[in-house]
Design a protein around this ligand. Structure first.
Ligand code: FEO
Length: 395
């Protein structure tokens, strides 16, 4: 994709990865992604903010050539993960005069991960400025968005925040500037769920810190550039708050139909109680969709058949994911079926140690569910509705 001027003397020179469908061999990216690298031309110095994934180094170098870059003074590395740092060694080969500007923690990680000589670094402190001549980059340490070394860069003269992974989205688009607010927000919410949600608490502090800055544009290292920063800042404010919605999620697997019957019954019962509900068949669901809904759901009901004495592995995986992402869920339960016994409930509960939820009485059926279990599911739906009323999300 072509080098693009996003503000005067500031160019997007990154790479769009239309084909990427899995990130970190973990996160589904159904809409691809981008590795955004930005070139800032000051009156005296030229800085490149982040590079790109090593698989796309050629795109970055082509864009630098297209932008007429013959010298780079600084390569600012905001985050050591290779999708932003992986091209630094090749950029240094072509622009040997450049120094890698980063913090001490990131420097150590970059040396661990990449062949960058120690004498190529210039380290900066939190709040330190890098003068480019008429433009200056101010560094804001922001641990845990995404790794502990991550920092942001604020270009005060142009009121642009380069936010690295923070506030980004896995979205491939042919222009770097945002073109569809609704669509971007949906992808950004999913990205938040998969990458940022476990760090909700530190993110609150970062958002507070940003309130002290005048920001006209946010330029993250994935997804699109936000010309209206309030869009993503306000959304993050909601996502990291403790507020949940009147929403119950039912991730499920059914092998022979019994668990499915229970899920369908519970879904109907919840709807009749006024609770919004989303069942997710885990065999067909992209777990990123489940993650996105976990951002503000109040309740999760894991539904599983019994396999080899325990929960179905796909449901166990969903429980592991829920636990790892640390959503702000308030209530949980487990439903499912078994043939001759098992420990599915104990298995799943053992995986939910990170989240502080109130457990509502599980419902298990021996074989196909019968009237007794359907009544218990009606009782579970009523209990969920009551809890949602009690927490103020259902009137
Ligand atoms: Fe986009 Fe944590 O790297």
């Amino acid at each position: 994709m072509a080098a693009t001027e996003i503000s005067k003397n500031i160019f997007w020179v990154g790479a769009v990865d239309w084909d990427r469908r899995l990130f970190d061999e973990l996160i589904p990216t159904p809409e691809g992604t981008s590795y955004n690298s930005y070139l800032v031309r000051g009156g005296e110095k030229i800085a490149l903010i982040d590079t790109v994934d090593p698989s796309k180094t050629g795109d970055l170098l082509d864009n630098l050539q297209e932008a007429g870059v013959t010298r780079i003074d600084y390569i600012v590395s905001q985050h050591a993960e290779q999708d932003h740092s992986g091209s630094i060694p090749e950029v240094l080969e072509i622009f040997p005069e450049a120094l890698v500007v980063t913090n001490e923690k990131c420097k150590a990680m970059l040396i661990d991960l990449l062949p960058i000589p120690e004498n190529k670094f210039k380290t900066v402190a939190d709040g330190e400025k890098l003068d480019l001549g008429g433009k200056s980059l101010e560094f804001i340490f922001a641990p845990w968005v995404h790794w502990p070394e991550t920092m942001l860069a604020y270009l005060r003269e142009d009121k642009i925040l380069f936010s690295c992974d923070f506030l980004g989205a896995h979205l491939a688009q042919s222009r770097p500037l945002l073109s569809d607010e609704y669509h971007t927000l949906q992808t950004a919410k999913r990205y938040f769920a998969e990458i940022m949600m476990p760090f909700r608490i530190p993110i609150r502090k970062h958002l507070e810190k940003l309130k002290g800055l005048e920001i006209d544009m946010i330029a993250p290292s994935h997804g699109v550039v936000y010309p209206r920063p309030a869009l993503i800042l306000d959304a993050y404010g909601e996502w990291v708050s403790d507020a949940t919605r009147n929403l119950a999620l039912i991730p499920f697997v059914s092998m022979h139909g019994s668990t499915r019957e229970m899920v369908e019954h519970l879904t109907g019962a919840l709807v009749r109680q006024g609770v919004e509900v989303k069942p997710f068949n885990l065999i067909h669901t992209d777990v990123g969709e489940l993650a996105r809904e976990l951002v503000d759901a109040s309740t999760v009901v894991l539904a599983t058949p019994t396999v080899l004495g325990g929960a179905h592995p796909a449901v166990a995986h969903a429980a592991f994911l829920v636990n790892a992402l640390r959503p702000k869920l308030k209530f949980a339960s487990i439903i499912g079926s078994y043939g001759w016994g098992g420990r599915a409930v104990e298995n799943l509960l053992a995986s939910l140690t990170n989240i502080k939820v109130e457990l509502l009485e599980p419902v298990l059926a021996k074989g196909a569910p019968k009237e007794k279990e359907f009544q218990a599911l009606d009782g579970l739906a009523a209990a969920i509705a009551e809890k949602h009323r009690g927490s103020g999300v259902l009137s």
